[in-house]
Design a binder for this molecule. Structure first.
Ligand code: ATP
Ligand code: MG
Ligand code: MG
Ligand code: MG
Length: 576
């Protein structure tokens, strides 16, 4: 169907909206794609909705192509599942919480791991059912502290979220890779320039989490990349060399000791659950640094579980405040029966990996102090691990500490910094949610097997703004063809009936040939029509005007500005 400007529900604006700072926000409002309802809450007008739907469709195609199946959850959700994972509380002020008429607690879903895990648990029971990947394209709610830049950071926004369910780590790695590849295809198709960056230090098993960042000056994320290697990371995840540690006098390098009763993840979790108010699951330990400290001179040990990386800032402070005057427990002094979680040393990947032991915690806590961790190999623990001697530490550092010109952590090239907009995030979750809901499959051996999950998000509505951010000029939007609200914008530039008739005829022919057409059939001046066509940003503009007396029309390329006359008789052929 031809979209007629004479009836299209559209009023373009000549002035930038007062609250808009970034180009995409200004232009999407001026071109009548979106309208503000409240901070971070926008409505989609016809042209905007078309772009959004096209992006959704690309995402859908690529998700279907990897075998993910689309389902759809409500946005209005009961509290209980989020209580089970502690996220009702942990999510903090970002969660929209509400009550129903009976006083029951509800929330507007910010992300749906709980519901997907519960749903799979409800339907599947045997190892034969797995693996499975499910997704939805759905409205999410987050009460963002700083809603920003129109739809770029909304409080209501559209996300594609998918979740993979696998029987083992290899399966999870494969599902993750499928998503990674699908995301590359999606972001290529929508015409973005983007980078894939490590979102964590990578210490938890290589690619546990990666972000897709659309390169943009106006982005809120800062990433660094190497001038020579493929290394790229969000600065939050950057590996920075710590000063070399002094070897301990008379001691050898770190060792993994076999010690009966050394804690495993399970014993750590049991201990925590018995001794603290919080409820932990085995997967939690991947996110939590478990430390035991005591103040000098005090006989009392204090147990701290420090959440990482989600609430890193707060807990780092807490950790430092607590540890500075404190002394970290020494393994040798520890009574394992009474203190089943004590291991001396800095948490470091290499010595652990060399010994076939996975560390339990995120090792990015850096300050030169010894932290405490366990090992996931039964009856093993690590002793005398020294930062700088036994491993290259993965340091959590502030953005300000990353400087251009720093050496790349992989030793190849130097770092350059740039900014980006997070458009996608893929994450190997592991068993946190499966543990919370006891999501098991009955294995071939008749024993229950805990499922391992991945979660993967694309900011669908944010993509509209991210594309606009990368693709515009001073007069308007410039849509990549795959997501443009139409293929050709036909401008009838002249009052003569012959011009109008010819414009109508060409538009009808294009439409019949499957080309999406916007036809400017209004009775306004050509100048107004050209300005609107530039603002709206359809990739090709076809001007039907005075040239008709010479039998030609003009084809304008919105991006390059190139203009070419073509014979009116060949115009349709030229454009399809
Ligand atoms: P951000 O760092 O920008 O706050 P996030 O890391 O909190 O994003 P995720 O939980 O990883 O977001 O959600 C998956 C995707 O959803 C993000 O990669 C992003 O593209 C999109 N997204 C997240 N928050 C918003 C928002 N407030 N408005 C629009 N899109 C969003
Ligand atoms: Mg966020
Ligand atoms: Mg983020
Ligand atoms: Mg994210």
């Amino acid at each position: 169907m031809i979209t007629r400007m004479s009836t299209l529900f559209l009023r373009t604006l000549r002035e930038d909206p007062a609250d808009a700072e970034v180009p995409s926000h200004k232009l999407l409002v001026r071109a009548g794609y979106v309208r503000r309802i409240a901070p971070g809450i926008y409505s989609w007008l016809p042209l905007g909705l078309r772009v959004l739907r096209k992006i959704e469709e690309i995402v859908r195609e690529e998700m279907n192509a990897i075998g993910a199946q689309e389902i759809h959850f409500p946005a209005l959700l009961p509290k209980e599942p989020y209580d089970a994972t502690n996220r009702w509380t942990e999510y903090g002020p970002n969660l929209f919480r509400l009550k129903d008429r009976k006083g029951g607690d509800y929330l507007l879903g910010p992300t749906h791991e709980e519901l997907f895990a519960l749903t799979v648990k409800g339907e599947y029971s045997s190892y034969k059912d797995y693996p499975v990947m499910l997704y939805q394209i759905q409205t999410k709610y987050r009460d963002e502290e700083r809603p920003r830049a129109g739809i770029l950071r909304g409080r209501e926004f559209v996300m594609k979220d998918s979740y993979s369910f696998d029987l083992d780590d290899e399966g999870l790695a494969a599902s993750y890779q499928l998503h990674r590849d699908a995301y590359i295809r999606i972001f290529d198709r929508v015409g973005l320039r983007y980078v894939i960056v490590a979102a964590t230090s990578g210490a938890m098993g290589g690619s546990a989490s990666e972000e897709f960042l659309a390169e943009s000056e106006t982005g809120e994320d800062t990433f660094v990349r190497s001038t020579e290697s493929g290394f790229a990371a969000n600065v939050e995840a950057v590996v920075t060399p710590a000063p070399p540690a002094e070897p301990i006098e008379g001691k050898a390098a770190a060792e993994v000791h076999h010690t009966p009763n050394t804690p495993t993840i399970e014993t750590l979790v049991d201990f925590l659950n018995a001794n603290t108010d919080r409820k932990f699951t085995a997967a939690d330990t991947l996110k939590n640094v478990l430390v035991k400290t005591r103040q000098p001179g005090s006989p009392d040990w204090e147990l701290l579980a420090v959440g990482l990386p989600g609430d890193r800032e707060v807990d780092m402070k807490r950790l430092e405040a607590s540890l500075e005057p404190a002394e970290v427990a020494l393994l040798e002094e520890a009574d394992f029966a009474a203190n089943p979680f004590l291991v001396k040393g800095y948490i470091g990947p290499k010595a652990l990996q060399d010994n076939g032991v996975r560390y339990l915690v995120d090792p990015r806590v850096v300050s030169g102090t010894a932290w405490v961790t366990g090992a996931d190999k039964g009856d093993h623990h690590v002793v005398d691990l020294l930062c700088g001697r036994d491993f290259t530490p993965d340091g959590t550092i502030e953005a300000a500490e990353v400087r251009e010109g720093d050496p790349s952590p992989d030793g190849r090239g130097t770092l350059v910094a740039a900014r980006g907009i997070e458009i996608g995030h893929i994450f190997q979750l592991g068993r946190k949610y499966a543990d919370a809901f006891s999501l098991d499959a009955l294995g071939q051996d008749g024993k229950p097997k805990r499922i391992t999950m991945g979660s993967y998000g694309v900011g669908v509505s944010r993509l509209v703004a991210a594309i606009a951010e990368q693709s515009h000029d001073e007069v308007g939007l410039v849509w990549p063809r795959e997501v443009a609200p139409a293929d050709v914008h036909v401008v009838i530039a002249g009052k003569d009936e012959s011009i109008r008739e010819r414009g109508e005829a060409i538009a009808a022919e294009l439409d019949a040939a499957g080309v999406q057409v916007v036809l400017d059939d209004r009775t306004v001046s050509p100048g107004v029509k050209f300005a609107d066509s530039e603002l709206i940003g359809v990739p090709t503009v076809l001007v039907v005007g005075k040239g008709l007396t010479r039998g030609v029309v003009e084809v304008r390329d919105r991006r390059s500005g190139d203009r070419a006359e073509v014979e009116a008789d060949n115009a349709v052929q030229h454009l399809i």
